[in-house]
Design a protein. Structure first.
Length: 266
């Protein structure tokens, strides 16, 4: 799809859910790889102190000299923090456990909620010509996640196909509403993505039915299946699209990328 439908500059999507284990990092890595397959240039921002997106894209711990910690808290050149990955066209700002102290350090900064917003809008960002920036948020609604939402145009919410899945959404929606009121009035929901879906499981089908009846068009047509290849790929430090290109998981993320591209007007 042409970028003519979008203003100049990359579309920034925060991938967020305060619940852990719902597929945020998996979705960030594989959506990024699927967008790159569609000739998009993509930057992943690893905003989780666990650094799993960095590991999953093959960035060794010893190579993470400058990270999202420096991007937020130090006046550092973008060239020093943006790293190439093995996937051509896919770049990353990596994270380490140093980021876990950032929340406390941000509190005393009067621009604490806008640091990522400002960092991603430095003039030198234009030279990278990214089409998309995907932010992998931590599993909490802390200052790091708020930074991501203020920096982003939209929020993509992975939702695990399990009991009580929808209950956790209310707090996330409340946070999004507060961000709209206090710093990013144009923030919207990019979409809700059902993950770890098992078509043989009645519970998965019930969660899907509840999600679609409550959230309607916000729920992507694509669902991400439980797939052993998706689970294995991070241990080989690559997206599932590279690890097993023909797997059901790889196909699902390609389908998701097509939906995201079709919805690319900010």
């Amino acid at each position: 799809m042409s970028d003519l439908s979008r203003p100049s500059g990359p579309k920034i999507i925060a991938i967020a859910n305060q619940k852990g284990g719902v597929g945020k990092t998996t979705t960030t890595i594989n959506l990024a790889a699927a967008l790159v397959e569609q000739k998009q240039r993509v930057l992943v921002i690893d905003l989780d102190p666990q650094g799993n997106a960095s590991t999953g894209l093959g960035i060794e711990l010893d190579d993470r000299e400058f990270t999202t910690y420096e991007l937020l808290l130090e006046d550092i050149d973008l060239d020093q923090v943006i790293m190439s990955t093995e996937t051509k066209g896919l770049h990353i700002v990596a994270a380490t456990v140093d980021l876990s102290s950032a929340d406390m350090e941000l509190i005393s900064n009067e621009k604490r909620s806008f640091l990522l917003h400002d960092a991603l809008r430095q003039t030198q960002m234009d030279s990278y010509a990214f089409d998309y920036i995907l932010i992998d948020c931590p599993p909490s609604l802390n200052l790091l996640t708020v930074n991501a939402m203020i920096a982003a145009h939209s929020v993509l919410v992975p939702l695990q196909s399990e009991f009580f899945a929808l209950e956790g959404l209310s707090q996330l929606m409340l946070t999004i509403r507060e961000v709209r009121q206090n710093g990013n009035k144009d923030l919207r929901i990019e979409g809700v993505l059902l993950t770890m879906y098992d078509r043989r499981n009645n519970l998965s089908q019930q969660v899907e039915q509840d999600a679609r009846s409550n959230l309607g068009e916000l729920v992507y047509k694509t669902v991400i299946p439980r797939n052993v290849r998706v689970s294995e790929a991070p241990s080989y430090a690559m997206p599932v699209l590279s690890y097993d290109s023909g797997s059901k998981g790889a196909k699902a993320y390609r389908d998701l990328a097509q939906e995201v591209l079709a919805n690319s007007v900010i």
